[in-house]
Design a protein around this ligand. Structure first.
Ligand SMILES: *[C@@H]1O[C@H](CO)[C@@H](O)[C@H](O)[C@H]1NC(C)=O
Ligand SMILES: *[C@@H]1O[C@H](CO)[C@@H](O)[C@H](O)[C@H]1NC(C)=O
Ligand SMILES: *[C@@H]1O[C@H](CO)[C@@H](O)[C@H](O)[C@H]1NC(C)=O
Length: 384
């Protein structure tokens, strides 16, 4: 499922460590032109280095070369459009280094560059005010996505898309993914509204869900704890980074359904969650457990199964498109949450996190009779 994980992880870690730069429409167009200059140079360079014949010798049909020429033309048109729109504010091309050494590595690099640029346009979109600029950006992004899809499926014979939603890459992380290709830019170029992020290296660039990977980044960070942020479509997942290791996020949903009737296994799943997710679950469940007290139930009429019914959709989400699956799973989701309500010892799972409620950060003071009376008269009836 995290098919794009390999380069999304690259953009992950450092984003939280760096302050967000101020983005405006002009700066974002300058960023877009910087990407287009790079793409244009990439194709001009590659297609002059490798002939149609070299493509055929590498096992690709002659029309593949022709299509790459069309892509090169598209990139030239993007450059011309943005250069024209920006006028005297347009950045000039830089010098580049594209470390491919044969047709195959050129094509792999093209796929990577196209996917990053498609994601970068999407990541910039949310910051753009002027709808006509947004419209042009979306039009370019659509073409970059088609190009990425064509290279991925027709040329490399892989699945062309990554699920129903493209993943957007925010501007600074997107730039960090292509900056290795840039050797030097003219001093006269405008400064881009981007933060320089540490260079992140991943032990395995194409890990699978559940794999453990090692992350190193220069310059390092003294921040603690560290998290990796995984972007996949519209979904973001955090994982803990301990001793430079993190685990590629795995879907636990199916495990929750399978073990819903086994209380001990339900509790084990909570232990397996990444720290942030585990603590949120502990906080929420321990809060709900407060409502299981007999005297509260006698007022609310909310028994544990009732609470599970109401809360399950907030804790578990079924991704199936089949209504039959969604409805069938709903009762397992409730059973899972019911088991947590009855069996999760929230104060014991995570020694560094014991959830507290009601008092906030204030340490509980013994209630004096007068304080008790005051609080009773203020809250004499629950407000449901
Ligand atoms: C959008 O407009 C707001 C208010 O005018 C401004 O503060 C912000 O910088 C603008 N953003 C862009 C991307 O131009
Ligand atoms: C960008 O536009 C300027 C005119 O504003 C022109 O001189 C320059 O050659 C153009 N650059 C590219 C790469 O198209
Ligand atoms: C862990 O990452 C930091 C930051 O990149 C690096 O300085 C350190 O050498 C790494 N340690 C290991 C064991 O890879």
């Amino acid at each position: 499922m995290f098919s794009k994980g390999r380069f999304l992880a690259l953009s992950a870690i450092a984003t939280t460590a760096v302050g967000a730069p101020v983005l405006n429409d002009k700066g974002l167009m300058q960023f877009a032109l910087t990407i287009e200059h790079l793409e244009h140079a990439f194709y001009s360079d590659g297609l002059s280095k490798y002939s149609a014949q070299a493509f055929e010798q590498a096992g690709f049909s002659s029309w593949v070369y022709g299509r790459f020429q069309q892509i090169a033309d598209n990139e030239a048109a993007h450059v011309a459009y943005l250069n024209n729109t920006l006028g005297s504010d347009a950045p000039a091309p830089c010098t580049y280094n594209f470390p491919h050494n044969d047709v195959k590595s050129f094509i792999n690099m093209a796929q990577k560059i196209e996917s990053i640029s498609a994601g970068a346009y999407l990541g910039a979109a949310r910051h753009i005010n002027d709808t006509s600029i947004l419209n042009a950006g979306v039009a370019i992004a659509g073409t970059e996505s088609r190009q990425a899809g064509w290279i991925t499926s027709s040329v490399l014979k892989q699945q062309p898309w990554d699920g129903a939603f493209e993943t957007d890459i925010p501007p600074s992380p997107a730039y960090s993914l292509i900056q290795d290709f840039i050797v030097e830019c003219p001093d006269s170029n405008p400064a881009l509204p981007l933060a320089t992020l540490p260079t992140l290296k991943i032990s395995n660039p194409t890990p699978k869900a559940g794999d453990s990977i090692t992350l190193t980044f220069e310059p390092g960070s003294s921040a603690s704890p560290l998290y990796a942020l995984w972007a996949d479509g519209l979904k973001y997942t955090f994982t803990d980074v301990n001793n430079n290791q993190t685990t590629v996020p795995d879907e636990l949903y199916n495990d929750c359904i399978t073990c819903a009737h086994n209380p001990e296994e339900c509790v084990q799943i909570v232990r397996r969650l990444p720290t942030i997710n585990r603590r949120v679950v502990l906080f929420v469940i321990s809060f709900l457990q407060l409502f299981l007290e007999e005297k509260i139930q006698s007022v609310t009429k909310m028994t544990a199964p009732n609470l599970a019914l109401v809360m399950a959709p907030n804790l578990l989400r079924c991704n199936s498109e089949s209504m039959l699956v969604v409805f069938t799973n709903a009762q397992y989701e409730q059973t899972f949450v019911h088991n947590l309500l009855l069996h999760l010892k929230c104060a014991e799972i995570d020694p560094d996190f014991v959830p507290t409620h009601g008092q906030g950060a204030i340490s509980p003071r013994p209630a004096t009779p007068s304080a008790l009376r005051a609080s009773k008269s203020r809250h004499h009836r629950p407000n449901y």
